[in-house]
Design a protein around this ligand. Sequence first.
Ligand code: EPZ
Length: 420
Amino acid sequence: MDKLIVNGGRRLDGKIRVHGAKNSVLPILAATILCEDECVIRDCPDLSDVKSAFEIIECLGGSVGYDAEERTAYIDTRNICRFEIPDRLMREMRSSVMFLGAIIARMRRADISYPGGCELGARPIDLHLKAFRQMGVKITELYGHIKCCADDIKPQRINLLLPSVGATENIMLLSATANGTTVISNAAREPEIADLQRFLNALGADVSGAGTEEIVIRGVKKLRAAQHRIIPDRIAAATYMCAAAACGGDILLENVCAEHIRIVISMLEDAGCKITVNGDTLRITRGEHLFSIDRVKTLPYPGFPTDAQAPFMAAMCMAAGTTMFIETIFENRFKHVGELLRMGADIKIDGRVAVVHGNGGLLGAPVTAADLRGGAALTAAALAARGQSEIYGISYIDRGYESIESAFSRLGGDVIRVSE
Ligand code: EPZ
């Protein structure tokens, strides 16, 4: 098992390029199953979750080539002939559930094990299954397995109870080649949905409305090969910005879409950072002081992203004043708090509310990541803390950040990965 050793208390200075978005490439890899051809995906990030998605495509009969130098994936789905995802892969990456719509659309059948909960809580998929049943998919849930079959897909108007990102994406994938028009209302509006729409339309689909709360999918008979460049990872960008805010310094991020993190930018400016955007580069500097933000409430896009809550909390531990965090999306997304307390943070939790009294006085300590974004937050906190930290559980971090130790080393942080 690897761990990170961080010697903190240094400013961050330097430049890095932000990798392609994990939460965009995963549904787009699922979408390649809809066409019987070879697609080329550029800026495909080198992440363990992406490798799991490659394995799923290969389990189904497809083949995958990946040029890690170029960050380019070559996905050949001509020989897809299976419809099951093995339990091991479902467990490895619960977001494999977003392959369900594409597999049913292609094979008219699917057999996956229940994705189950994860570190963030129960992670139900009732909205996915309700929409699929409305669209004519017969689903039996037995002994932890979800078996689906559909003679044909019946386009519908689907009203989502919640603007679920995964459910929105799964319905888009199931309906792209259906015979008729499907409308999703109360759809999620995250930028990754718009990236999926762009890719589906490049394949020859007819999808519109992504980014708004109503998405219209006019089914087409056949899809063809496409090439696509994945959008920048807005959460990775937000994470590096929060680390610079926590440590102080002056960093330059390349390959950033500022529009996607508008609210994070404005809150870091309110906290005293200076942020300048020039095309797809973003510079953030933090001088002497960092100020707390009264309230940070996570909301569906374009509200404050739940995935940036933990990294932002790490920064607020270094700010003068008190910040209240309200986590409205997931029921168990404060697991990093216990570890921050070990570093001397002053945080009180009550249900979905966490109150941080910034005291700028974090001290290095051995800490353990319990989820992806919490692990990134602990890395940012360790960089800001005085003294040495050891960070365990970094396989969580590798799911969503390309070599976090290299990224922060290039920004002047003293971070090394050692094998236990
Ligand atoms: C996506 O997860 C992201 N993952 C998450 O990023 C992100 O935190 C989340 O959207 C919210 O933005 C990927 O895109 C791979 P949801 P997803 O369905 O689709 C409830 C990261 O760190 N819900 O929008 O699973 C659910 O419990 C990850 O990169 C139901 O009740 O999120 C949650 O409370 C973590 N029933 C809320 O909706 C359902 O059928 C939002 O979940 C589905 C969801």
